[in-house]
Unconditional design. Structure first.
Lengths: 83, 149, 149, 83
């Protein structure tokens, strides 16, 4: 899966994207968020409070309970502030 | 229907955009222009977005507006990205319609959804210092009222 | 507050008017442009007004808007008179404000009151034939809703 | 008083303005409208149905019961159709 980070999530994890292999332990977006939080450092900071985060799968807004599949594009970001 | 969605660094000209949008069937054009507001030491904004998803979300929002207000003849949405100074234009939403009520309603609907759905993120610049703009609950409330029957 | 009211035969440029209206305190500009709509054999409009009273009424309406939405920083209202062809601009209402809600609301309020209070009268032209446009009850209803608390 | 006519009222009466002397029989705008209707011809046509007409005194919208005074500017016109 291609995982993208935007805004302060990107700043905290220190990168804008990375490839993470899909596996049976990554059933949902929330599972992936917990995996990332467990890495510690900036990741732990970015993923400390999932209520502050929003996610998209394949460029659609989703909740943390959305399912993941191999090949998905997953993005994490703060609530949007455009317009 | 004419639908024009653009994400760009460059500025835009509102008069040119209205001109491009209007046909002989349009009796009304409502526009909204968002500007970088000064005050509180702010010198500008830095705006980033999620390429691909942004265009997709905005098109989706525009299609919803068109389905809801069938008198609409055209929609143009332009959102700038990158570094902008106080007084610069950020966003344009322009709606052409046969009548004014639908032009106004759709323009406001599009802005409310743009604020809550389109993946843009703003940082406020105060000289060299940058700070992320917090999402406003009032924007969620503004978008929410369109769900009422 | 910046208030600019003009009754004129000449066309106007929406971008120039927005530019003249905005200051660093304005984060939002809502505009409405009314156009001569084609269809039903219409080739144009002829618009007359009551000089003096028109300006007075429009200023009065603008002052009401300003009292109601205190975030407003500027209002421009331009209404053309004389003979206009299909596709030509008739009227511009532009409202600059700190925030978008008040800009949208005031712009719509101003249009609704302009339609029901400002002494303009339109004739539709179909080639050489002219016929007076009838006042629409829906315009009265639109203005009436602003009276609700 | 200076009396002004606009739109189809002007067309029917055949002039855009005229001077009419204020007198005790012209207490209200409605009195003036009835006087004008009594002239017959285009005036009678224009003032046949007062519900179709609007009036202004000194450039303010008024009802037909509005009082008149010497020197007033009085206008008669159809409901407005601008914007």
């Amino acid at each position: 899966m291609n995982v993208l980070y935007f805004a302060w999530v990107r700043q905290k994890v220190g990168r804008s994207d990375e490839v993470i292999e899909h596996g049976p332990s990554l059933r949902t977006v929330g599972d992936l968020a917990l995996l990332l939080a467990s890495r510690g450092g900036g990741y732990a900071e970015a993923f400390a409070d999932l209520r502050r985060l929003r996610a998209a799968v394949n460029q659609h807004h989703v909740g943390m309970d959305a399912p993941l599949a191999a090949g998905d594009e997953v993005a994490f970001f703060p609530p949007v502030t455009g317009g | 229907m004419h639908l024009n969605v653009q994400i760009q660094q460059e500025d835009f000209d509102v008069a040119d955009e209205i001109e491009a949008l209007t046909t002989d069937e349009a009796g009304a054009v409502a526009t909204f222009t968002g500007l970088v507001r000064g005050g509180d030491g702010i010198t500008g904004l830095v705006i980033e977005h999620y390429p691909g998803m942004t265009e997709r979300e905005i098109r989706h929002i525009a299609e919803q507006a068109q389905a809801r207000w069938t008198l609409i003849t055209g929609i143009t949405i332009i959102h700038r990205i990158g570094r902008l100074s106080v007084g610069e234009r950020i966003v344009l939403v322009a709606v052409a319609s046969a009548h004014r009520q639908s032009a106004f309603a759709a323009c406001e609907f599009l802005m409310d959804y743009l604020k809550t759905r389109a993946p843009f993120w703003k940082q406020e610049a105060r000289g060299e210092a940058l700070s992320w703009v917090e999402h406003r609950a009032s924007d969620d409330a503004a978008a929410e009222r369109w769900r009422k029957p």
